[in-house]
Design a protein around this ligand. Structure first.
Ligand code: BDP
Length: 324
């Protein structure tokens, strides 16, 4: 009898443990504007696998690509409330919330990819990510996003050709200001609307890296790509602070590690996609135009003062420039 009772108790305890484990297992949602298979999407899936391993299957992340959960602007609002747990956006959409995010978006801040990696992989990168902490978001990692250039329906062979052109920009004041300084007419809209905007003539052009130009199919409509390389605005992976605060110390460390570990994986995929996107675009008959970047750089210089009124951020910019 005693033995039977023990058995029943053991079975009960097992069921309870199983029940608790089931209740606690949680699949988070991650919002993404890029299509399935894009390097950022795969990097979040990699983060999910690592996080799941580290927490014995307790936590996983499901990515919702192609703006299924909304535009970057909308999903930023949702992550702050904890309605979405993870989010991957372009740094340019965060500057009004986390001011330090303005710095890596500003034109001609990074000399090249090596310089950008050195800065973002080091203490300055962590400082920028941490600036979102006070605003309901934990900055987990930076992802590569190449450099941005103009794609237009008519050729832009110099800065003068941008005059009055309706150029789509991210929904961000820093991007609006950049285009104004170049003489263009900035038209803010979500990235998911660019292709249709070009097709219907709502906009004359946009600006982005090779992979977005290609995967969004914008290259089929805007057949001129002017290599101004004006911004190396990185992409960012964020987590809702509300959710993060509910994690144990080990879980917090695990999610941070998983995200950071996804960076080299992402960079490899990114380099491959940049190459293949470029090849597709060139093969399609797009005219790639090289321009003198000096006038672009000079015209956009006032942004540094306008958008970095805080001396601490100006100091950060100088530390970036001084990073060898
Ligand atoms: C791409 C970023 C994406 C942005 C898009 C944009 O990966 O997050 O939404 O630019 O310009 O490079 O909005």
């Amino acid at each position: 009898m005693k033995f039977a009772k023990k058995l029943v108790l053991a079975a009960l305890a097992g069921a309870l443990a199983l029940g608790t484990a089931q209740v606690q297992a949680r699949e988070f949602r991650a919002a993404e504007v890029q299509p399935p298979d894009y390097p950022t999407v795969k990097a979040i899936q990699f983060t999910s696998e690592q996080l799941s391993k580290a927490t014995n299957g307790k936590y996983t992340i499901k990515v919702f690509p192609s703006s299924q959960l909304g535009s970057e602007k909308d999903t930023i609002e949702q992550i702050k409330l904890g309605a979405i747990e993870f989010l991957r956006v372009s740094a340019g959409t965060l500057n009004t919330i986390c001011p330090a995010m303005t710095v890596p978006v500003l034109p001609f801040v990074f000399r090249d990819l090596e310089h950008q990696h050195k800065v973002l992989d080091g203490p300055i990168g962590d400082e920028i990510l941490a600036d979102c902490d006070a605003h309901g978001m934990i900055g987990l990692a930076f992802y590569d996003s190449g450099s941005r250039s103009f794609y237009t329906k008519n050729p832009v062979r110099s800065m003068a050709d941008l005059k009055g052109l309706k150029i789509r920009v991210q929904q961000s004041d820093v991007w609006v200001a950049m285009m104004k300084l170049l003489g263009a007419n900035p038209t803010p809209m979500p990235t998911g609307e660019v292709f249709t905007g070009l097709k219907t003539g709502l906009i004359d052009g946009a600006e982005n890296n090779w992979p977005t130009y290609q995967t969004s199919h914008a290259y089929e409509v805007a057949k001129f790509y002017t290599l101004s390389d004006h911004s190396m605005s990185p992409d960012v992976l964020l987590m809702s602070k509300k959710v993060y605060d509910g994690f144990t110390a080990e879980e917090k460390a695990a999610v941070r590690k998983a995200a950071k570990d996804s960076v080299p994986y992402m960079r490899k995929l990114w380099a491959e996609l940049e190459e293949s996107s470029k090849a597709i675009i060139l093969k399609s008959g797009v005219e790639v135009i090289t321009v003198d970047k000096a006038p672009f750089q000079a015209a956009m210089k006032p942004l540094y003062d306008q958008f970095l009124p805080d001396p601490k951020l100006k100091d950060m910019l100088n530390r970036i420039i001084d990073t060898k």
